[in-house]
Ligand binder design. Structure first.
Ligand code: S3P
Length: 176
């Protein structure tokens, strides 16, 4: 783990990255940087509008630029979008920031959570369940490879996930 000790949350849509990020922000006193919010602010529009107006590739370009612009010197809680691992260069950038934590879980449970809000452009289509399943299958090895450790969120609430992360970080620091 590098000196910055940022906590970087990765995982599928519905894994709880944003909510857990908010709990971690409160518990650690670190600031939180939500990459979707940062990209949306740059474009001055919602993520859905960015996908509709500029297309997914432009969104991914902006995501990588945003990631590059996060200083590795100041520890923060980084909340990523679910597709951050799709571009191989991003995995290195994530690791340079600190500890990368994969919030994983049962596919059906995560999809059900992801479907509660209609704000995700990749799920606004005729068969969101099938799209989710395909993304889940393709991305699982990418999350695994990018992460320092993982937490299964299937049966945990956001506070419990945050607790599991902090406990694991303490253990890792103690055994260093
Ligand atoms: C995406 C996940 C979204 C957002 C965009 C693309 C993805 O973030 O970045 O809609 O490719 O999985 P969340 O994981 O916060 O939903």
């Amino acid at each position: 783990m590098n000196a910055a000790k940022s906590i970087v949350l990765i995982g599928m849509m519905g894994a709880g990255k944003s909510s857990v990020g908010r709990v971690l922000e409160k518990r650690t006193g670190l600031s939180r940087l939500d990459m979707d919010q940062a990209v949306a602010a740059q474009f001055g529009m919602s993520i859905t509008e960015i996908f509709e107006t500029h297309g997914e590739e432009k969104f991914r370009d902006a995501e990588t630029v945003t990631l590059r612009n996060i200083s590795p010197k100041r520890p923060v809680i980084v909340v990523t979008g679910g597709g951050i691992v799709v571009r191989p260069e991003n995995a290195d950038l994530l690791r340079q920031l600190g500890m990368v934590v994969w919030l994983k879980g049962d596919e059906t449970i995560l999809f059900e959570r992801a479907s509660r809000r209609n704000t995700r452009p990749l799920l606004r289509n005729e068969n969101p369940r099938a799209v989710y399943s395909e993304l889940f299958r393709k991305r699982r090895p990418l999350y695994q490879a990018a992460a320092d450790f993982e937490v299964d969120t299937s049966n945990l609430d956001h506070d419990q996930v945050a607790e599991a992360i902090l406990t694991r970080l303490e253990e890792l620091t103690a055994t260093k």
